[in-house]
Design a protein. Structure first.
Length: 70
């Protein structure tokens, strides 16, 4: 019942995009975080490599904007 109502509402109204809580986090970073989260629970060698790669890619662009805002 609940899923049916939520599906109908999302079709009529649309979905709200996630907003960054911190000033230095962009929508692009949020989508990369979601991708990283998907790879986190994949227990294969490929999954671990992709998770590590995405983790490193997310750390680099966050350092400078974070320092500039604080």
């Amino acid at each position: 019942m609940k899923e049916c109502v939520l599906d109908t509402i999302s079709d009529l109204v649309g979905r709200v995009k996630k907003r960054a809580r911190k000033l230095w986090i962009t929508q692009e970073m949020i989508s990369e975080m979601d991708e990283r989260r998907d790879w986190k629970n994949v227990n294969t060698e490929k999954g671990r490599k992709n998770y590590r790669r995405l983790r490193k890619e997310l750390k680099k662009p966050q350092i400078m904007p974070k320092r500039n805002t604080l």
